[in-house]
Write a protein of this length. Structure first.
Length: 236
């Protein structure tokens, strides 16, 4: 990574190191059936499909209700229409035969996949970053993931997504992969205190890996199928 610009594909998009992180997870674990919530311009889609094409093959299903909406037609925080740009980029890269788009909301598309009995090796959550939407995405990802599969989140530093990651770590049978996620602090003293906490704990290497490589990506491996107990939840 040293000396390599960690570029962003678009505003609010993914950094190049983040794309490499999720691609390495797919490649090293030889996953073949992938699902992503949120497609946008298809940068992660093309990268994941390229990894599949260079190994044993496979498929990617993308969920994005705004993929074919006209640019400028959607105003929902940072979300907007993409005028089919993601699908066009997948086709341009030669991977259309490996790709399926469900152009509908996550809360509509994900239950359909569950009902069909689909199972995936890897689920990448990069949809709407409110707590309720991100939690719904994880709820269904948990049902759709095979044991040994991985769910990964982009923008895990966003407070709402970070809370979902905390819930997973403390309440579900999942194991964190890579450095622990951290929330974004706009308050300078809190940021300084966090840096000191890493330093005193001898975790400077983890701090650098989080900041320079994983950035806002958090990933969890599913250890076993489990259901939270009623009336029991560990603080998150």
């Amino acid at each position: 990574m040293s000396g390599t610009p960690n570029t962003v594909d678009r505003p609010q998009g993914m950094r190049s190191s983040e794309v490499r992180v999720i691609c390495d997870l797919i490649k090293t674990r030889r996953y073949s059936k992938l699902l992503e919530v949120g497609m946008a311009n298809g940068s992660s889609s093309v990268a994941l499909l390229r990894v599949l094409s260079e190994s044993a093959g496979g498929s990617l299903t993308s969920i994005d209700p705004y993929q074919f909406a006209a640019v400028g037609s959607v105003r929902n925080d940072n979300d907007d229409g993409y005028s089919g740009e993601g699908v066009a980029n997948v086709k341009r890269a030669g991977f259309a035969h490996m790709h399926t788009l469900m152009a509908e909301p996550d809360y509509v598309a994900l239950p359909k996949l569950v009902e069909r009995g689909e199972k995936f090796d890897f689920v990448f959550v990069d949809g709407y970053h409110s707590f309720d939407y991100a939690f719904v995405d994880f709820f269904f990802a948990d049902l759709l993931l095979r044991v040994g599969g991985v769910v990964a989140f982009h923008d895990s530093s966003y407070p709402a997504v970070y809370k979902v990651c905390q819930f997973i770590a403390r309440n579900k049978e999942y194991q964190l992969i890579g450095p622990r996620p951290e929330p974004t602090y706009s308050n300078l003293p809190r940021s300084v205190l966090r840096r000191l906490r890493y330093w005193f704990a001898g975790e400077n290497a983890m701090f650098r890996e989080r900041r320079l490589v994983w950035c806002s990506v958090a990933a969890f491996e599913k250890i076993r199928d489990s259901q939270c107990k009623q009336r029991v939840v560990r603080d998150f």
